[in-house]
Ligand binder design. Structure first.
Ligand SMILES: *Cc1c(COP(=O)(O)O)cnc(C)c1O
Length: 421
């Protein structure tokens, strides 16, 4: 709050498409999709209509002992998107809760199979899986975790396959293989106490849009099978088409045992999260004894309005062939960003995965992120670096001239932020 004395909050009054507008009539291109959640623009008429219709039909009801069409249809459509590999869905309202569910369910599944010693988790260096006390056990971001260390039952951390770690002549795939070998050594020694490995497939978002080769996911899948460890794919940020395929795991040709979705699934409209899992996991809990069941409830579980927003979102993916159209958008983003930043003396590791583009800025400024954010607002764009990493994560409705404008604003912001040092 103290920093807002010099950097006042921006009072937003409306959104339309890629634009946000404040109380003074200033307009900003939302270059990070409202914190990675918005897929098809603000106040999208198609999603608005679906929610409006649902609002007149059934706004909410408890999901224990009851069900409703939006939650059934959403579960079936998501299962179909995995080719039936992940045929069961468990609902909650936010991303961190999806992480909690996947952690609890993986450990409990082992317990129901008589494996009571498997209660630890492995995550990657720099991982982010949410900030509730349970999720912090697998979140490796000191700023979010250190103050609460006494509350957190820490897990095991293994090296990240971060492609930036390549040594001279080493490919991203070779970096991934090196990290996979470290994972293999870890699992070899500790598998008897490990319930699951949790990863952010292809892009570790919150620690700075760290990108890695899909080879790591294939190796992680093999190693988890070899050592009897479940694989949790946290697709909260990378799912829903963000990396080029609907699920990021598809690029590695694997399915995890648990897949967490949130953020974009409701189109960025309403809080909704879920965990998809396999028949074999479902079967571990299917029993007369209630204590073998998965007892985890949230008041707003499977909220019909949120599920209906998600169905409208999936409808847009299908009707507009969004994944194909996004290849063109991603290419424009890559071209404009390369032209603006590839030769810039302070820019390092320009990288892209589908509709995420990022680069690191070589600067000693401790407040670079704030300076850039502020300068970008002045230039008409909402862009909010993670430390020294500037990134673009636009909604899937940007046209080429929007991208040119967004990248142009970022270039001016970069020069202003650095120039004023
Ligand atoms: C945002 C995010 C979460 C947490 O979701 P919340 O809804 O903010 O609790 C978890 N994992 C990843 C990869 C995320 O990006």
């Amino acid at each position: 709050m103290k920093s807002h004395e010099t950097l006042p909050l921006v009072p937003l009054v409306r959104g339309e498409g890629i634009w946000l507008e404040d109380a003074d009539g200033r307009r900003f291109i939302d270059g990070i999709s409202a914190w990675w959640v918005n897929l098809f623009g603000h106040c999208n008429p198609r999603i608005n209509d679906a929610i409006g219709e649902q609002l007149e039909t059934l706004e909410h009801a408890m999901l224990a002992g009851f069900t409703h069409r939006p939650v059934v249809e959403l579960s079936e459509r998501l299962s179909a998107l995995t080719g039936g590999a992940l045929g069961h869905a468990f609902y909650a309202s936010d991303g961190a809760s999806a992480t909690e569910i996947a952690l609890k369910m993986s450990m409990h599944a082992w317990r129901n199979q008589g494996e009571t010693g498997k209660s630890r988790f492995v995550s990657l260096a720099g991982s982010y899986h949410g900030e509730t006390v349970g999720a912090l056990a697998v979140t490796d971001v000191a700023l979010f975790r250190d103050a609460y260390a006494p509350l957190v039952r820490s897990g095991h951390t293994v090296p990240s396959p971060d492609a930036r770690a390549a040594e001279a002549g080493e490919s991203a795939e070779e970096v991934a293989e090196r990290a996979a070998r470290a994972l293999a050594r870890h699992l070899e020694h500790h598998h008897h106490e490990i319930a699951a490995l949790i990863v952010e497939p292809l892009v570790q978002g919150a620690s700075g849009m760290v990108m890695y080769h899909p080879h790591y996911l294939r190796r992680a899948r093999e190693l988890c099978d070899q050592y009897d460890v479940y694989l949790i794919a946290d697709e909260i940020a990378v799912g829903c088409g963000r990396t080029g395929t609907f699920f990021a795991c598809e690029q590695a040709g694997i399915w995890p045992d648990f897949l967490c979705l949130s953020k974009g699934i409701s189109g960025g409209y309403l809080p909704l999260s879920l965990v998809l899992t396999r028949d074999a996991i479902f079967d571990c809990f299917y029993h007369d004894d209630l204590t073998r069941g998965f007892l985890h409830s949230h008041s707003y579980t499977g909220n019909p309005l949120a599920c209906r927003a998600a169905l409208a979102t999936l409808d847009i993916f299908a009707a507009d062939d969004v994944l194909t159209a996004n290849r063109g958008r991603a290419a424009w983003l890559g071209e404009h960003a390369s032209a603006a930043f590839a030769g810039h003396p302070a820019v390092r590791h320009l990288r892209q995965q589908g509709m995420i583009l990022a680069f690191d800025v070589d600067t000693d400024q401790a407040d670079f992120s704030t300076r850039f954010f502020s300068a970008a607002l002045d230039a008409g764009a909402l862009l909010r670096p993670l430390g020294n990493t500037v990134y673009f994560m636009p909604p899937y409705i940007v046209e080429e001239d929007d991208i040119a404008r967004l990248v142009g604003a970022a270039r001016r912001a970069l020069d202003t932020a650095l120039g004023g040092a």
